[in-house]
Write a protein that binds this ligand. Structure first.
Ligand SMILES: [Zn+2]
Length: 176
């Protein structure tokens, strides 16, 4: 969790930004998150874990390891979430979708749709962090290890803008 003055992908400004990659760079911590998510789904006969690339891949892989399941990922091609790289699912294969951070739930919903169109039985979704404060609906039961509402405002109402604090677009090294 970074504090500063950030431009979110929604276009709003926030004093808080969550960068899960900074936690997941430590494999032992990634494994702990994977175990904690897996613990919520034990005994559900999950054979497959799938994650939207790139953010979900590391934690999804750890969840799959903890459940003894297979792991695949989806990625966008011309804006459409798809299974590529020869990944396939078996008919009615019980599947869990895992992300690092859920904000609007769009990537998870699109991943669920891609898996279902290939025949998977998606029984749930999980994330390390739910940034919607529990308001997001992905169409299947969602488990998040932590839930928080991150305050965000438009530029006209942004205190940091008033004080002239440089605006940072996360993921780039430049100020906006
Ligand atoms: Zn601002």
């Amino acid at each position: 969790m970074l504090e500063g003055h950030f431009l979110l992908s929604s276009g709003l400004h926030s004093s808080v930004y969550l960068q899960c990659a900074l936690v997941l760079q430590h494999p032992d911590q990634a494994a702990e998150f994977g175990q904690a998510i897996a613990d919520e789904f034990r005994g559900r006969d999950i054979h497959l874990v799938a994650s939207p690339a790139i953010g979900g891949i590391i934690v999804g892989h750890e969840v799959a390891r903890a459940l003894g399941a297979r792991f695949i990922w989806t990625e966008r091609q011309d804006g459409q979430m798809t299974l590529r790289r020869g990944f396939t699912v078996s008919p009615n294969e019980k599947t869990l979708v895992v992300e690092d951070v859920i904000t609007t739930g769009g990537s998870t919903r699109d991943t669920i749709a891609a898996l279902r169109s290939s025949g998977a039985d998606v029984i749930g979704a999980a994330s390390i962090i739910d940034r919607s404060g529990g308001h997001v609906d992905v169409g299947v039961p969602l488990v998040s290890l932590a839930s928080l509402s991150v305050p965000s405002v438009d530029a006209a109402n942004c205190e940091a803008c008033k004080y002239g604090t440089p605006l940072v677009k996360p993921g780039s090294r430049k100020s906006a």
